[in-house]
Write a protein that binds this ligand. Structure first.
Ligand code: SAM
Length: 256
């Protein structure tokens, strides 16, 4: 059942679906009509409702991806779900993991990490821009994940405060400047996962990996996702979409 205060994905069609919080006196306006949100209280998830014009809509329970893409305020470039999914799987992060992440930016990756580490895990986020710290904090609060995350307004190249970590994630222009701090903060054998938007940065990472000598099992990947339009009469890839996101570098820290 939908209760007051719940976040709901009001789905009209692919172009008209919005995540809203159910507040009794609020109204959702769309170009197909409006919906009084108070009327959603007590409905079952997935129920069909009618906009003021009679157009049908469905009230769906938002996934974490829905919340990130449709509710979060974006302040920076973000890591897209297709890349995050691969990064998470390669990192082996799960219930109870303790991980460090930099930079936090909008908090897309932070939210997914918080989701996967669960109630008993912890995400320590480093972000040099205090404006982004605020944006990410509000975003995480809005989806109820902030109690699993500690965001610090700190430059991670100056050091990592935590030790015995299970993984480190770096989405920042110069991840190689964090390498000197990995040995004292990360459990040996644990993954170091980097995301960089340009090939030039991949090359610099690889040069520094060679010099640093404590990262092995290094892999560089690009995840290409091709979305299709779902029209049965013209089933084909969408003609417009996100064409480039970035490169994922996965690696493992050795003992010495
Ligand atoms: C592309 S954004 C991160 C986006 C984030 N991964 C997401 O999915 O929403 C890169 C962030 O790194 C931060 N940053 C850059 N250098 C940093 C450093 N030395 N320490 C901490 N944060 C840093 C920037 O301020 C910026 O917010």
């Amino acid at each position: 059942m939908i209760s007051e205060g719940d976040l709901v994905l009001v789905y009209v069609d692919e172009r008209r679906s919005r995540v809203v919080r159910v507040v009794k006196d609020k109204t959702l306006h769309t170009d197909r009509g409006y919906l009084r949100l108070g009327e959603l209280v007590g409905l079952e998830w997935g129920a069909k409702v009618r906009l003021s014009t009679g157009v049908a809509a469905y009230v769906l329970k938002p996934t974490l991806t829905d919340l990130m893409l449709r509710l979060f305020r974006r302040a920076t470039q973000v890591i897209y779900p297709k890349d995050i999914a691969y990064m998470i799987l390669q990192s082996n992060v799960g219930e109870g993991s303790r991980v460090v992440e930099a930079g936090v930016g909008t908090g897309f990756l932070t939210a997914v990490l918080a989701w996967f580490v669960g109630r008993s895990g912890r995400v320590y986020g480093y972000e040099i821009n205090d404006e982004y710290v605020k944006v990410a904090s509000v975003n995480l609060e809005s989806v109820g994940l902030s109690d699993r995350v500690l965001i610090k307004n700190k430059d991670i190249t100056q050091g990592i405060d935590e030790s015995d970590l299970d993984a480190v994630f770096l989405d920042m222009p110069n991840p190689w400047d964090v390498f000197p701090h990995l040995g004292s903060s990360l459990k040996p054998s644990s993954p170091v996962i980097m995301f960089v938007p340009s090939v030039n940065q991949v090359l610099r990472v690889l040069e520094h990996v060679k010099e640093f000598r404590r990262l092995v099992n290094v892999n560089v990947s690009e995840i290409i996702l091709r979305e299709f339009q779902t029209c049965p009469d013209a089933l084909r890839p969408k003609s417009v979409g996100v064409t480039h996101t970035g490169y994922i570098i996965t690696s493992r820290l050795t003992k010495e």
